[in-house]
Design a protein around this ligand. Structure first.
Ligand SMILES: NC(=O)c1ccc[n+]([C@@H]2O[C@H](COP(=O)([O-])OP(=O)(O)OC[C@H]3O[C@@H](n4cnc5c(N)ncnc54)[C@H](OP(=O)(O)O)[C@@H]3O)[C@@H](O)[C@H]2O)c1
Length: 230
């Protein structure tokens, strides 16, 4: 990536996932990247459902500043319960679990990790969202909990971006849709869709983030840099 300068520092939260692993791998291969830190539940005990765990991990890194932070955490099937096909299947517990992982957890990441963004220079924080979280683009229905949790995430990102810009005018805080990507999250549901390989999706997202301007902060983008309607 060129836009952060030489020896830029990157942090990937959710580094154990299909897309998270691919992002870490590409950043490690990038000559301009000086440091890549990966955090995950499996390796570091980073539990998005526990604010104390998020705060503890942020505190461990509090003497460091990052030019790029990406949150690649998310879930579509939680405790064996997949996305609903109909409003008849709505379960309060399953819906709350979707909001916990896909909206509230990322909000806590913004709370505890945006202070680690490098000040007084260009920086970026991208949170993995999903096109199905777009209200304007919803033509198929279904998946009401995941869709609405990602829509909430988009509003959280937009609101946080406005606040972060007051202290860090060059920071870019965005929601990004990776495309349909061949990972354990999508595999059970992607039979009729052409899925991208994680490394290709990760490369496109990094190129998109690299090209974003500070005026793009608070936006909702697809992997290829196109804007997605709210
Ligand atoms: N794949 C797609 O087609 C697709 C499409 C649209 C949007 N997305 C979004 O892209 C992001 C990455 O998805 P993926 O396809 O890479 O999925 P994945 O392979 O299933 O990875 C999900 C990641 O989230 C982590 N995670 C889940 N619950 C967690 C929790 N409570 N605490 C900490 N970490 C937790 C997992 O950690 P563990 O390894 O510890 O379980 C893993 O690192 C998600 O936000 C997803 O919604 C994906």
């Amino acid at each position: 990536m060129k836009s952060f300068g030489k020896n830029y520092r990157a942090l990937v939260i959710g580094a154990s996932g299909g897309i998270g692993q691919a992002l870490v791998g590409l950043l490690r291969q990038d000559d301009a990247c000086g440091t890549v830190v990966g955090l995950s539940r499996s390796t570091d005990g980073f539990d998005l459902l526990d604010e104390a765990s998020i705060e503890e991990q942020a505190n461990k890194l509090s003497d460091q500043r990052f030019d790029l932070i990406i949150c690649a955490i998310g879930a579509l099937t939680i405790q064996g319960i997949g996305p609903e096909k109909s409003i008849r299947q709505i379960s309060p517990d399953a819906m709350a679990a979707q909001f916990a992982v896909n909206a509230i957890g990322p909000a806590l990441i913004l709370k505890h990790f945006t202070p680690l963004l490098a000040p007084s220079k260009r920086s970026a924080c991208a949170l993995l969202s999903a096109r199905v979280g777009s209200i304007g683009d919803n033509r198929l229905g279904g998946w009401i909990s995941y869709r609405s949790a990602k829509a909430a995430l988009n509003q959280i990102v937009r609101t946080a971006a406005i606040e972060v810009a007051r202290k860090r005018p060059e920071a870019v805080i965005v929601s990004i849709h990776p495309g349909t990507v061949d990972t354990s999250l999508s595999r059970p549901y992607a039979a009729n869709h052409k899925a991208t390989q994680p490394v290709d999706a990760a490369a496109m997202m990094l190129a998109t983030i690299d090209g974003l301007k500070s005026s793009d902060t608070g936006g909702f983008f697809a992997y290829d840099g196109s804007r997605i309607e709210w």
